[in-house]
Structure formats: structure tokens, C-alpha cells
Design a protein around this ligand. Structure first.
Ligand code: IMP
Ligand code: MG
Length: 175
């Protein structure tokens, strides 16, 4: 079975939107410093592009988590595979994610990070699939709301492939 990727959001659309989110963050955090947390691996492309557009002082940290659920349905209970290098105490933290789907992973993660004493904690996601939400979570910055389709590119993978696509696409299978 072969497959192809249909473009959902072009590189230009994605880049323009990231610029707008960067502008908004620059306004919201004027006079402060922001500490961006990337959830590996999916959030990495978005975080780098976003960070390049932020003009207030920025620091970056990375973490990796794995879900205890099945591959297609996350349970929300997560295991930290790689923890942050730095403390969150007193920092203005923004968690940068590729996509919010059921919301289970992030709801668990945000609760955990809140206990580490940040001055503030917000969530920024490139993509949001609101139709799929199971757990109510507050998203502070959203790139695009998209329909319930499996997307790849800009950090998002299908079986570890396609993360490097500079646009967002939908995987379609040819028969
Ligand atoms: P949830 O919000 O806990 O259901 O899990 C979200 C995670 O599932 C994301 O961080 C992605 O890693 C993965 N995911 C959800 N939807 C997609 C998709 O359309 N393409 C690629 N990965 C996805
Ligand atoms: Mg992810």
C-alpha cells in the first residue's frame, strides 16, 4: 500500500501564524523573560521557529514523555523519559506543543509542572483538534484549529516519518 501527503496548511500559512503568535507573546510578556518548554519530539520544530520570533529574553528547555496507553489512544498517565534540566521556580513558563488531541497528556503534564512553582504557566500549541477533546484544558495560544484528521509535518510524525516536512499535511493511503 502506498501513501501520499495532502497539504492542509502551507509553509507560508504556518510561518505567518507563528509570527502572529510570537508578536502576541512579545506583547503579553513585555518587560519579562519567558522560559519555553518543548515536549519532544513533536514540539521541536514549532518551538525553534517560535523562539526565533520572540524578542523578550528567552530560555529553552526540553522534556520527553511517553504515554502508558496504547499507541493510538493516550491514557494520560505519562512517564518522564527525559526531565527538564532547569528549575521552573519563579519563571514565566510556556509549554510549547505540536498538537492537542484528547488533552490527556497535557492535562497531566501541566498539573505536574504547576507543582514545580513557576511564576506563571501557559500552554501554546501549533494545532488543536477540538473535536477530539476528552479532558478540558485551557490553551492560551493556538496556531490552528483543525478537523479530526491525522496530520504530519512540522514535527508531527506518522511512524516516526514526515517530521521534517515544512508544512502540515494529511496522510492518505492509495489502494
Ligand atoms: P493527547 O492530547 O493526550 O491525546 O495526545 C496528544 C499527542 O498525540 C500529541 O502530542 C501527538 O504526539 C499525538 N498526536 C495526536 N494527534 C496527532 C496527529 O494528528 N498526528 C501526529 N501525532 C498526533
Ligand atoms: Mg507531542
Amino acid at each position: 500500500m502506498s501513501e501520499h501527503v495532502r497539504v492542509l496548511l502551507t509553509e507560508e500559512e504556518v510561518d505567518d501564524r507563528i509570527q502572529s503568535i510570537g508578536d502576541q507573546i512579545n506583547k503579553d510578556y513585555a518587560g519579562k523573560e519567558v522560559h519555553l518548554i518543548c515536549v519532544l519530539k513533536g514540539g521541536s520544530f514549532f518551538m525553534c521557529e517560535l523562539a526565533k520570533r520572540i524578542t523578550v529574553p528567552v530560555s529553552l528547555d526540553f522534556m520527553a514523555v511517553s504515554s502508558y496507553g496504547s499507541a493510538t489512544k493516550s491514557s494520560g498517565v505519562i512517564k518522564i523519559v527525559k526531565d527538564l534540566d532547569e528549575t521552573l521556580k519563579g519563571k514565566h513558563v510556556i509549554v510549547v506543543e505540536d498538537i492537542v488531541d484528547s488533552g490527556r497528556t497535557l492535562s497531566y503534564l501541566l498539573e505536574m509542572l504547576k507543582e514545580r512553582g513557576p511564576a506563571s504557566l501557559r500552554l501554546c500549541t501549533l494545532l488543536d483538534k477540538p473535536d477530539r477533546r476528552v479532558v478540558d484544558i485551557n490553551v492560551d495560544y493556538t496556531g490552528f484549529q483543525i478537523p479530526d484528521e491525522f496530520v504530519v509535518g512540522y514535527g508531527l510524525d506518522y511512524a516516526q516519518r514526515y517530521r521534517n516536512l515544512p508544512f502540515i499535511g494529511v496522510v492518505e493511503f492509495d489502494d
